[in-house]
Ligand binder design. Sequence first.
Ligand SMILES: NC(=O)c1ccc[n+]([C@@H]2O[C@H](COP(=O)([O-])OP(=O)(O)OC[C@H]3O[C@@H](n4cnc5c(N)ncnc54)[C@H](OP(=O)(O)O)[C@@H]3O)[C@@H](O)[C@H]2O)c1
Length: 325
Amino acid sequence: MYAMALETWSAKQLVRVELPTPDVGPKQVRVAVHAIGVNPVDWKMRSGGPLRLAARVIRTVRGPRGPIILGVDFAGVVEAVGAKVTDLAVGQRVVGGTNFSRGQHGSYADTVVVESDQLAPLPDDVPFDVAGALPVAGVTAWMALTEYRRIEPGRRALVLGASGGVGQFAVQLAKRTCGADVVAGVCSTKNLELVRSLGADHALDYTGGDPLEAARAHGPYDVVVDCAGTYAASRCRSLLAPGGRHVMVAGDSIGMMLQVIVPPFRSRAILGKPTRARISAVVAAVAAKQLVVPISERLPLAEVEAAHAKSMTGRVTGKLVLLAR
Ligand SMILES: NC(=O)c1ccc[n+]([C@@H]2O[C@H](COP(=O)([O-])OP(=O)(O)OC[C@H]3O[C@@H](n4cnc5c(N)ncnc54)[C@H](OP(=O)(O)O)[C@@H]3O)[C@@H](O)[C@H]2O)c1
């Protein structure tokens, strides 16, 4: 197998490495990877700060050894299953997410091995590139709208950063899958039409005044999903209806933790974790045509450095997808 990896934590470039094809444990599945979604966490893990520190500590304790393979999202075809895996079969199309904290390699590779509960079956009519873009961003949006605060008819949702990877999924799932009465999304001028087309009742421009004051006119909200990380938590909470939640997807981690532990306890920091049930829910929304997956660009896996450079601008509209074969 091959991967694009850092040879050490201080390496400047992701380079192609050849590795032996891994065996599967009893509850594991090996997948021939076709497509890999790029997420900001991928480059944050190499660029210093708390995410890199956490990843380094986890790898030191749990492994694996050898080159550092980043990436979480993947979609592909089952190549081998462990003796105790009875619900997935060789040849089946699947989508999933790797998990560093389980001692696994990342997904920037043509082959991954994960536990079977990290994978969901993929219907034939959902292409690999679409599926590969779903796990982290789709599952994070899904968790915010169903586990952190249940959004349903009669409720209102505000999405900050509505034109980004997570935000686009949050707008669509809130409106079309959860059935929110009102969805408002905050983005830049160039993306207003896009955010409306995804189902937002109100698209609000953050470049033309204070978007939170503009959002107040359409609230109060049962959930404020912050995918931008640039808005004061207290101001986000001031837009909440009774029982509402401010869900922090983005932001500086220490600041987020402080908001969680201080009263009034209406802010929550989310960590998107792709599990079979969550991925299946998001895939079902795609199959039901409730969720479209705007892909900004498809690049060969070998061009991962270019994909990271684009993602790091923070202004990519839609998902970047790497193709491994
Ligand atoms: N906690 C978790 O589990 C989790 C999971 C996924 C992502 N994240 C984090 O969440 C953030 C977003 O991820 P992503 O994948 O959606 O990133 P992305 O695709 O790069 O999108 C970022 C978006 O932010 C928008 N933006 C920038 N400044 C803004 C502002 N002041 N107000 C409103 N929107 C603004 C940009 O839209 P315009 O071009 O329209 O300005 C851009 O589309 C990242 O920090 C990422 O690390 C966390």
